[in-house]
Structure formats: C-alpha cells, structure tokens
Design a protein around this ligand. Structure first.
Ligand code: CP
Length: 310
C-alpha cells in the first residue's frame, strides 16, 4: 500500500486503503511513543505551521507535539497577535507563511472549505484540522484507531453517534470513515439536530436514546455546538440532558463491553454526566493519547514518508 496524497483535506475522498494505511502507520508511531527517547529526525529541517483561526486545545497541541516529536520546526499562528486583526486575508496570510518556507500548514477555520481553498493556492501540504461544520478528518482517524485498539476491529461494529450531528464536522468525518470501513452507524438526538435527511449519508436515524444505545459497541457523544447554531434548536439544556444526556444509569443499560467516546471539549452535565465520563467504559483520554500517534502518522505520510515505517 502506498500513500500518494500531498494533503489531508477530508475523509470523504479517501479510500478504505488510505484509512487503513494511516491507522497502521499510527500504530507504529504509538509504539515509538512508548520508547525511552520519543524523538525521531523524520521531519528535521521541515517547518510545520498551526494556522488555527478558531479555538482548539486537543487538535492544536497534539499537532504541535506530533511535529516536535518528528523534529520539525513548529510555529503556532495566533489570530489575536497577527495581522489578521488588521484585515489581512486568509490567502495572503497563508502565502506569507509559505514564503517563510512552511512545508505543512495545519488549518482550522470556521468556514467549510477553507483548507481545500488553501490547498489550491499553495504549494505546501495542507491538513484540515476542522473546517466549519464540514469535516475534521484527524478526529475521525483517531476515533477509528481507538475503536480498533480497544475492540480489535472496525468492520461490523455498531456505532451510535449521539448529540448535535447537524452542526458537527466530527460526526460528518466519522460517518464517512465508519461507512468506508464497514461499521454500522446510528445517529441519535433531537429531530432538530438529527433530521431524517442524514439517512442519506448511509446511517440509521432514531430519536429514541434507550434504543440507540442498547446494542451499540461504541457510543460517541457530541457536544451542542452553540457557536454554529443560528437559532434555538431545543427548549433548554436541562431538557436536552434529560432526554439525550448519557447518565450512569443509561450507561448501565449498554452492552457490558461498549465504549464511551467523546472528541471533547465535554460539557459535563449536558451530553454526559461526570460519572459516565469517568467510568471504566470511557476511553475519552485514550482518544487524546491516540491523537498524537495518528497526527504523527499523517504528518509523516503527507511529507512523503515510506510505508511501512522502518
Ligand atoms: N476534538 C477537538 O477538535 O478538540 P479541540 O477543539 O480542543 O481541538
């Protein structure tokens, strides 16, 4: 298997073999991360820029650490202290970063398609770190990596994605990825956030939480993305939580080996209560740890790294 893509812009355009390759390469990087000296010269002399025009904790830090582990020079672009504040465009900003020899730009932007646009006007590699409500490909890859690690497979798994699907780039990427890898996806939440039209993505839609979680191997929770909602999508958070929040009682109705996942940031007491988030079934922090290996793999592959990793 070979990786011949300069960019990672979305999951939709990937083949199942591409996803498999990232997961297998990430596995090698995870082992590497368990060694005493966790640094390699793979990206020595390369420059990686985190161009985040929207807030992030996990994705930004994880990409920065991944690039540092591979010995790249790393730059964290901050909108607050940049000429973005003076009206400089995204394209001009990116072209200036490229003029400073940025080899890889990792882009998070509130507008869907921003990384795709940059990939057309730059010669650097572009990685999508989340574009509006469109896609968040590395989140889906680390979610799949975690499922495969914990459950031994992806094919045939029943995965329920619960919460605000309509405004979620995480959900979109994960649905594409799970479908391509042969899992079965159920979407659950209020009808305003999980409309029937989402069945067109190849999923089952239900608004009945107990039914949605009863047979699931994985329940992946999503927060309410208030920042992308133009109007009120449900009466109040208390009612949302009562109908769709994952409590410890609801968790106990799930299959004994089922996993609880959440991409973060979590709103405790809304989509998940603390007892459920901290339970033995929760792999939420494993997802964060695995994100590092997955992002090392992605940086390695878009830089032309040969596979399998030696
Ligand atoms: N999961 C995720 O994208 O988290 P951040 O917004 O903190 O990067």
């Amino acid at each position: 298997m070979t990786w011949n893509r300069k960019h990672l812009l979305d999951i939709q355009s990937l083949q199942p073999e591409d996803i498999q390759l990232v997961l297998d390469t990430a596995e090698a990087f995870k082992e590497f991360g368990e060694r005493k000296i966790r640094k390699a010269n793979i990206l020595l002399g390369k420059t990686v820029v985190n161009l985040f025009i929207e807030p992030s904790t996990r994705t930004r830090i994880s990409f920065e650490l991944a690039a540092q582990r591979l010995s790249a020079d790393t730059i964290n672009f901050s909108t607050e202290t940049s000429s973005f504040r003076k009206g400089e465009t995204l394209k001009d900003t990116a072209r200036n970063l490229e003029a400073l020899h940025a080899d890889i730009l990792i882009v998070r932007h509130r507008s869907a398609g921003a990384p795709h646009f940059l990939s057309r006007v730059l010669s650097s590699s572009v990685i999508n770190a989340g574009d509006g409500a469109h896609e968040h490909p590395t989140q889906a890859l680390l979610d799949l990596f975690t499922m495969r690690e914990k459950l031994g497979r992806i094919q045939g798994l029943q995965v329920t994605i619960l919460g605000d699907i309509l405004f979620s780039r995480v959900a979109r990427s994960l649905i594409w990825a799970l479908n391509k890898m042969g899992a079965r996806v159920t979407l659950c939440g209020p009808p305003t956030l999980v409309p029937r039209q989402l069945e067109a993505l190849g999923c089952r839609v239900t608004h009945d939480l107990p039914e949605a979680i009863a047979q699931a191997d994985v329940v992946n929770l999503l927060r309410i993305q208030h920042e992308r909602q133009q109007r009120k999508m449900f009466p109040n958070l208390g009612e949302y939580s009562k109908l769709f929040g994952l409590t410890i009682d609801r968790l106990n109705q799930m299959k004994p080996a089922a996993l609880i996942m959440h991409p973060g940031p979590m709103n405790r007491g809304v989509e998940i209560d603390t007892e459920a988030a901290e339970s033995e079934r929760s792999v939420i922090l494993d997802q964060v740890t695995n994100g590092l290996a997955v992002r090392m793999a992605v940086l390695y592959l878009v830089s032309g790294g040969v596979v399998p990793l030696q």
